[in-house]
Design a binder for this molecule. Structure first.
Ligand SMILES: CC(C)(COP(=O)(O)OP(=O)(O)OC[C@H]1O[C@@H](n2cnc3c(N)ncnc32)[C@H](O)[C@@H]1OP(=O)(O)O)[C@@H](O)C(=O)NCCC(=O)NCCS
Length: 178
């Protein structure tokens, strides 16, 4: 039988853990792999992890966790998406689309009606192509010592159910950002 494994389409798997070493396997050990160090923010680790391996190397990742949030008068939860990463040599081949799509499929089983992420402005078109929408207005997030700060990066959301409607009003995360 022919061995087609090297040309097989990449498969997203749920990872039982995702360590700093795993992240470095994807993005290297630079100081600021996500380009957000200038914000000075402290970020939450994610709780659910999805990855793509190629020849036993981790090549892509997306992480999820549930976050309590207020949107106007509505107290609810969102699924936070973060740590989206694709190895430099594999970028531009649709791996972010694959791993984010698979993570969102799982997010639909987690309960909240929406997923939310923060990204650098140049990445907004990428997420818009994947069906995300930018949120207007400030988003408050927590920081160590109980500080409340306005997120300086764009916020994007996507519904996790067909009938989900984003409530109106200011947004406040009751946690660090992810
Ligand atoms: C951002 C990153 C994850 C993108 O990964 P990628 O595998 O190159 O992205 P994909 O090839 O899956 O692209 C997904 C879609 O977005 C588009 N896209 C990709 N990069 C883009 C960019 N910089 N600007 C606009 N659109 C972009 C692609 O054309 C593609 O659209 P299509 O599927 O409709 O053709 C990758 O560059 C990376 O790991 N960067 C470093 C870490 C980082 O900044 N992560 C972001 C955290 S929010």
């Amino acid at each position: 039988m022919p061995d087609n494994r090297s040309s097989a389409a990449p498969i997203v798997v749920r990872l039982s853990q995702y360590t700093k070493a795993d992240q470095q396997e994807i993005l290297g050990n630079g100081d600021d792999p996500f380009g957000v160090a200038s914000t000075g923010l402290t970020w939450l680790p994610k709780e659910e992890h999805f990855g793509i391996r190629h020849k036993d190397r981790l090549m892509a990742h997306a992480g999820l966790l549930r976050l309590p949030v207020a949107i106007g008068d509505t107290q609810t939860e969102v699924v936070g998406v973060g740590g989206v990463a694709v190895a430099p040599g594999m970028q531009g081949q649709g791996l972010a689309r694959l791993v984010v799509t698979a993570a969102l499929e799982y997010a639909r089983t987690m309960g909240p009606q929406h997923a939310l992420l923060f990204c650098r402005p140049p990445l907004m078109p990428l997420y818009q192509r994947l069906g995300w929408h930018p949120l207007d207005g400030d988003v408050l997030v927590e920081q160590p010592e109980g500080r409340l700060v306005t997120m300086p990066l764009p916020t994007m959301v996507t519904p996790l159910r067909d009938d989900a409607r984003w409530p109106s009003g200011p947004v406040r995360l009751f946690s660090l950002p992810m």
